[in-house]
Design a protein around this ligand. Structure first.
Ligand code: PHE
Ligand code: ZN
Length: 879
């Protein structure tokens, strides 16, 4: 955390740095506990900085060993060196060279920020403010410098030495030591710095860019795991080609490297030319990875690679602009996956994630704008709002402008701001200019937090032949934003005749309108003509705007749309809405003490979907996946009783299992695996529908059905099918479940990434005994819970996905999470803060749970010596 700025940090306080660094020469002598860093910096005053300002560089737990200015040792009175700050009182007016020597201890670095060790490999993580844990520096993204890095190490300990840019020199130092020098010609901010040293295996390939640059590609992993890198390499090459073809972005160095490490706080990091990845997003073989893992690897490989332009060539002026690179890069990776796979299915999966993560965040105390204006701790802003809503906002822009103007704006942005540290204003100005439109109201998507609520009512007048829509939007207050302005909301829509045919959209003056209307005010009326019979409205097609939508569509309308809507996303949404409305009603019945409800139309619709599974298996799998307990809780919104939701959902699953047994069996046999495993989208879609059908078929818990699942578990020839069967068995208490879990551990106990699946599965079991199971697992000495992936798999999954057990009425789930957070906070505050954010929906609970959650949060707030990360989350959660 930076000490040179007051907390909270405000966007409105932005000023250029007083001093900038244009050149960085690093000498890093790797040692497990005492790594020496000599940084030779070319420093100058910023022409727009304060003229007589002292030089003030950031630090974090640093130890200064030596300091010279233009080669001369500085008098002790001329500067002040603290662990978190270096101040030189009267720096020269002209450019000068500062040589700073610091010592750092990678072994002791459990925060995994700065230089640390993961399974013996030295690696770095500098975003957002980690470079200051390596040397004193103006550690902010608007200071761009050219870096040269010389790494020295013991040959046996670190035969592989990697840095940013191109390799320019290697050599022997005698005494079993060696060195490598890397030079990155592209000026970059310090957060994109990286180095790696270790004994690593690798796989290599090449890629020739469209202008003929021959790029070496290399992916590194621990020894013994190099056989799992082929899919990542394939995804990388496809990403490089796609970015040239679709965005015109070409790679700009002679080598591109990815290093997989096992200890990593986040998913992956886009360091220039040297991406460092959480190994879970790199390694895959059919026997170790599920189809979902493959899809995530493809997306994350692409995401980090795409940052080379959106993030690295054009970086952010300050951290408030984080969505400039993240929202845009998520948008780009979503488009890539859509082109590689099924666009409709990808859209559905993305919207599911958006609603589960971002809508939940937006509805609670941690809500913040896509571009925040204030933060206490930037680490806590790597959120679903910045990433996923940030991507949605770009999609909204594209819908508003249309693809051609969107592309012109994007091209202008890439050309105009190459080499800049830019802002959201810079970005939007390119689209305003390209389209000639005023994007002032659009900008509210970046400034106003919360999810807009849109209600739609249709009125048919058969005599006049009109169909009119009355639409209203509201945006509720969110933290720090008591009043809101109306947003510009593009709604893609269609009107469908009872024969299933799409009707033209004609206005009262006979004009034909394209399939999008844009809301700009709080109320609108749109009148369409030519409807002597009532059309069925399909609106917010493709989820054209990230809103909460309520319509007056009847159950029959939704059933009709589920079958006939030409928009695949809305076919899916109609089924979800049907299921969701039903489950909310059934939950209410159960909460009143009545029996769960039964819905004939819903079962009929699901049956029809099943019979049509051949059309698009992956789509059908999505259509048959009911809203989750958390989805229903979010729709209910307040006074939530998770136990009633669970009962309603389980009852529906049993009904489906009982009443659609034949259709489910037919689907199961129709999509049984044929031929050898392939990870492509079509094959994955067949596995997905088969496994969803298996899950629903077994949901009534019949002995014979569970025995069949057990048989499939034992006989599976790939991880997707094996794990799907295990997940089904895990829902049914008894010896069968324990035996399967035991067999799985037996087989994969030495493979940490697979153990994560096993941990997450058990953390999600919706039974009161789960908390004790988790505590026992957490005490297992064979599992290293110091590793963030292990901890998140067990404790994170429990808190984020197990609705009934995390929210136990006795509060023990909350208490457990607090114990873990307080324990982890001292070692890894970023991971602790993320775990704590599982309380983000606590206010939506019924009063009993709400009181216990509040007490748990107060216990955190009162704990001695909290990290700034956890303090920030707890204060905002209670705020
Ligand atoms: N910038 C990374 C990304 O691609 C995420 C990240 C943030 C990784 C901070 C590490 C630390 O999204
Ligand atoms: Zn990113």
């Amino acid at each position: 955390m930076r000490s040179d700025q007051a907390r909270p940090v405000k966007l409105s306080d932005y000023h250029v740095p007083d001093h900038r660094v244009t050149n960085v020469d690093l000498l890093v002598t790797l040692h497990p506990t005492a790594t020496r860093v000599v940084a030779k910096l070319t420093v100058e005053r910023h022409p727009k900085g304060r003229p007589a300002a002292p030089l003030a560089f950031d630090g974090d737990e640093l130890n200064l060993v030596a300091l010279t200015l233009d080669g001369a040792v500085l008098a002790a009175s001329a500067y002040e060196a603290m662990p978190d700050r270096l101040v030189i009182h009267l720096p020269p007016a002209g450019p000068f060279t500062l040589t700073i020597e610091t010592m750092v201890n990678p072994e002791a670095n459990t925060q995994l920020m700065g230089l640390y060790r993961s399974s013996g490999t030295w690696c770095t993580q500098c975003e957002a403010e980690g470079f200051r844990r390596i040397t004193y520096f103006p550690d902010r993204p608007d200071v761009l410098a050219v870096y040269t890095t010389r790494i020295e190490a013991d040959k046996a300990e670190a035969p592989v030495l990697l840095g940013n840019g191109n390799l320019v020199e290697t050599g022997d130092l005698g005494n079993g030591r060696h060195y490598a020098v890397w030079h990155d010609p592209h000026p970059k901010p310090s957060y994109l710095f990286a180095l790696v040293g270790g004994d690593l295996a690798s796989t290599s390939d090449r890629f020739v860019t469209r202008s003929g640059r021959d790029v070496a590609l290399r992916i590194y992993s621990e020894h013994g795991k190099e056989g799992r890198l082929a899919y990542a390499m394939d995804a990388l090459k496809r990403s490089m080609r796609w970015d040239e073809e679709v965005f015109g972005c070409e790679y700009d160095l002679d080598i591109f490297m990815i290093v997989a490490v096992s200890d990593f706080n986040m998913g992956a990091m886009e360091n220039k030319g040297l991406n460092i990845f959480n190994d879970k997003y790199v390694m895959a073989l059919p026997d170790t990875a599920t189809d979902q893992d493959y899809a995530h690897i493809e997306a994350v490989i692409a995401h980090e690679y795409f940052h080379n332009w959106t993030g690295n060539r054009i970086t952010c002026r300050d951290w408030f602009q984080l969505c400039l690179k993240e929202g845009l890069t998520v948008f780009r990776d979503q488009e890539f996956s859509s082109d590689m796979r099924s666009r409709a299915v990808k859209r559905i999966a993305d919207v599911r994630l958006l609603k589960a993560q971002q809508f939940a965040e937006d509805a609670g105390p941690l809500a913040h704008p896509v571009r925040p204006e204030l933060y206490n701790e930037i680490n806590n802003f790597y959120t679903a709002t910045v990433y996923e809503k940030g991507a949605e906002v770009i999609r909204v822009l594209k819908v508003l402008l249309g693809p051609a103007e969107f592309k012109t704006g994007m091209d202008l942005y890439l050309a105009r701001h190459d080499g800049d540290a830019a802002t959201i204003e810079d970005f939007i100005a390119c689209f305003a200019e390209a389209s000639g439109r005023d994007l002032g109201q659009f900008f509210l998507w970046y400034r106003q937090s919360g999810t807009p609520e849109v209600s739609v009512e249709g009125h048919h007048d058969p005599k006049a032949g009109t169909f009119s829509l009355d639409i209203r939007q509201t945006l509720h207050p969110t933290p720090g934003q008591p009043t809101k302005q109306p947003m510009v909301i593009p709604l893609a829509l269609g009107l469908i005749g009872p024969d299933g045919a799409e009707r033209p959209l004609l206005t009262e003056d006979g004009q034909s309108v394209p399939g999008v209307v844009a809301l700009t005010a709080s109320r609108h009326r749109f009148v369409f003509t030519g409807h002597t019979t009532r059309p069925i409205l399909s609106i917010n097609r493709g989820f054209s705007a990230p809103i909460r939508l309520t319509t007056d569509l009847t159950e029959a309308d939704l059933q009709f749309l589920a079958r006939h809507d030409g928009d695949a996303y809305n076919r899916w949404q109609s089924i979800q809405t049907l299921a969701s409305r039903f489950l909310i009603a059934s939950t209410a019945a159960i909460a009143r003490g009545d029996a769960a409800l039964v819905s004939v139309p819903l079962i009929e619709t699901l049956g029809a979907v099943l019979n049509d599974a051949g059309r698009d298996p992956a789509f059908t799998a999505q259509a048959l996946s009911l809203p989750s307990e958390a989805d229903i809780a979010r729709e209910i919104g307040s006074e939530v009783d998770p136990d009633a939701i669970q009962a309603a959902r389980l009852a529906l699953r049993r009904t489906i299992s009982d009443q659609l047994g034949d259709e489910l069996v037919a689907t199961l046999s129709g999509f049984a695996a044929k031929g050898p495993f392939a990870p492509d989208a079509a094959a994955a879609g067949r596995r997905a529908i088969a496994n969803v059908a298996l899950d629903l078929w077994a949901a009534n818990g019949t002995e014979s059905r569970l025995a069949e699942v057990e048989r499939r578990f034992a006989g599976a020839d790939n991880m997707t099918d094996r794990f799907a069967a295990l997940a089904i068995l895990a829902q049914h208490a008894g010896t069968r479940r324990e035996a399967a879990l035991g067999a799985f551990y037996e087989r994969y106990g030495s493979d940490p990434l697979i153990i994560d699946k096993w941990l997450a599965l058990q953390a999600g079991i919706a039974e009161p005994a789960t908390l004790d199971r988790i505590k026992t697992l957490l005490a297992n000495p064979a599992i290293n819970f110091g590793n963030p992936n292990r901890l998140r798999a067990l404790v994170g999954s429990f808190a984020m996905t197990n609705q009934t057990q995390f929210n136990r009425p006795d509060g023990l789930g909350y208490g457990f999470l607090v114990d873990v957070v307080l324990d982890v906070d001292a070692k890894n505050s970023q991971v602790a803060a993320r775990l704590l954010s599982a309380f983000r929906s606590w206010r939506a609970m019924e009063p009993g749970r709400r009181g216990r959650a509040q007490a748990a949060l107060i216990r955190v707030a009162n704990a001695p010596s909290l990290s700034p990360d956890v303090r920030d989350i707890v204060e905002r959660s209670l705020g």
